[in-house]
Design a binder for this molecule. Structure first.
Ligand code: ATP
Ligand code: MG
Length: 501
């Protein structure tokens, strides 16, 4: 029997992979007109459960019902026919097709068998307007940032939806304005009777948006709760299976008045990707936060420092010497490392194992003619796995088999192995669960204490404020404000972001 109002009912759903029970005997009911959060640590089984519901994986057991009738979706398209529409954790559209075509892929308007391109473009424009997105629908999807691609994927899913919309970490790459926009759309959909299931690691969003929530741990369901009736601490301990250690906010120590030469200095830097006149300096042990809205130039500063974009004007100095990287290889050779924002395209190397993905940068730095012995590799990998608490039963398995958050940690481990002087982290906690989030912030402080210089771009102001000793607020590809030391607060950063020109 389905629960009252359940549009989607799962009973005893199981999914095993070789050696791992990813989803174990999970029941879940999703009701019409509710927003339901699916929560749990990295590797808890959330994405796997969603992939079972949406036809990517065939379950090893259990029942899936829509409106009381059993279904076994064979593909996402099949699930869509049953009224289930999805946005996955990674954007799964086709980068080499236009935005318009991506929005209507597999459901193109046709007449006499031919695609009606004009209508498709018109519809695409109208759809994006509902999201207040100013996007040229004729451009290739790949010409937009990962965040905009994510919004396009969401627009597509919402437009396809009949009964159930499922979103796996849709907000990970969005800034607060876009998150607001998305929430508005989700609330409207809910009020129209759609059932929405959403995975997120942001607990504020859970409380702001959802009616009920289900917590998973180690592949099993811990329970379903009415959001408003579950205190935050109780939620966290359900997720972790223990209490979260209180985190005291301690910044990297202040080095701004130091007489040492700056470890890194940017003077009037402009680059080929549009950033202009950036000035700042960082000492050893500094944590420099890069704040600003999406598209403000945060990631571009990271890319220029790492040799991904060329410097057109101004200069960078590394210690006493000029530094002008022409490629990431040169940047790495000079002691830089960059942990990128979009792990799917810039980070993980798919056919390779977890071990190979971890050691690749360190090996490249040593030179391929000096291969690391297997025993050395195993030791490095074991140490990093332990240090970053990566959930991985066997480092020889393909990295694609790890959960999203654990893949993110593997990339971080890769760069830490190169012992960089300057570590650039672009959205380091994207997709990382609440326990690991606290650990990564601690790690940032520890690396600073060891003398590393960190440049961290993040859309989470709270996290930047927690560890930065200088925050650069970017706007329109320029540096709009620098906030340092005691002046750093969430309000100060927010005010600088919002400040009119
Ligand atoms: N294709 C696969 N092959 C083998 N194992 C897999 C595969 N996909 C997931 N797993 C394993 O199943 C478990 C659950 O992973 P899943 O991706 O569902 O976690 P998650 O809750 O979505 O985590 P995250 O918050 O990190 O995204 C993990 O142990 C993962 O390594
Ligand atoms: Mg996941």
């Amino acid at each position: 029997m389905s629960a009252q109002n359940a549009v989607l009912q799962l009973t005893g759903v199981c999914k095993r992979f070789k050696g791992v029970i990813a989803v174990n005997n999970v029941d879940l009911d999703l009701r019409a007109g509710e927003i339901h959060a699916l929560l749990g640590e990295n590797g808890a089984g959330k994405s796997t459960l969603i992939k079972v519901i949406t036809g990517v994986y065939t379950p090893d057991g259990g029942r899936i019902e829509i409106d009381g009738a059993a279904i076994c979706p064979k593909s996402t398209l099949d699930a869509q026919k049953h009224g289930i529409s999805t946005v996955y954790q990674e954007v799964n559209l086709l980068p080499n097709l236009s935005v318009a075509h991506n929005l209507y892929l597999g459901r193109e308007p046709r007449r006499f068998g031919c695609i009606q391109w004009k209508k498709l473009q018109r519809d695409a424009r109208a759809l994006l307007q509902r999201f207040s997105l100013d996007i040229d629908v004729n451009e290739l999807l790949s010409s937009y940032s990962i965040a905009v691609q994510q919004l396009i994927a969401i627009a597509r899913a919402v437009d396809c939806a009949a009964k159930v919309v499922i979103l796996d970490e849709p907000t990970a790459s969005l800034d607060s304005r876009e998150v607001g926009l998305l929430f508005q759309i989700l609330r409207t959909l809910r009020d129209q009777g759609t059932a929405i299931l959403i995975v997120t690691h942001f607990l504020d969003q859970v409380y702001a948006l959802t009616d009920r929530l289900t917590v998973m741990r180690n592949g099993e369901k811990v329970g379903t709760f009415v959001t408003a009736e579950l205190p935050r601490e109780a939620l966290v301990s359900h997720m972790l299976g223990k209490e979260l250690q209180a985190m005291e906010a301690s910044r990297a120590s202040q080095h701004t008045d130091s007489v040492d030469p700056a470890a890194l200095q940017l003077r009037e830097l402009s680059s080929s990707n549009g950033i202009r006149n950036i000035n700042f300096s960082a000492q050893r042990g500094d944590a420099i936060g890069l704040a600003g809205l999406l598209g403000s130039g945060r990631s571009e500063v990271c890319a220029a420092l790492f040799g991904l974009d060329s410097v057109t004007e101004g200069e960078i100095r590394l210690g006493e010497a000029p530094y002008k990287p022409r490629s990431p290889a040169q940047a790495i050779a000079q002691g830089f490392a960059l942990c990128p924002e979009d792990r799917k395209t810039d980070g993980i190397v798919h056919p390779l194992s977890v071990r190979e993905n971890m050691i690749i940068a360190h090996q490249a730095q040593r030179g391929w003619w000096r291969p690391l012995r297997r025993s050395e590799q195993n030791k490095l990998v074991a140490d990093a796995t332990q240090r970053l608490k990566i959930v991985c039963s066997d480092p020889e398995k393909p990295i694609g088999e790890l959960s999203g958050g654990n893949q993110q940690k593997v990339i971080l481990a890769r760069w830490l192995m190169t012992h960089p002087q300057i570590l650039i982290l672009d959205e380091p906690t994207r997709g990382i669960d609440i326990g690991a989030h606290a650990e990564i912030l601690q790690l940032i402080r520890k690396l600073c204490a060891e003398g590393m210089t960190l440049i961290v771009a993040s859309s989470e102001i709270e996290e930047l404020v927690a560890f930065s000793n200088k925050i650069l607020v970017m706007r329109d590809k320029r540096l709009s404000t620098t906030i340092a030391g005691q002046d750093i607060s969430e309000n100060a950063v927010l005010a600088a972001i919002a400040e009119p020109d």
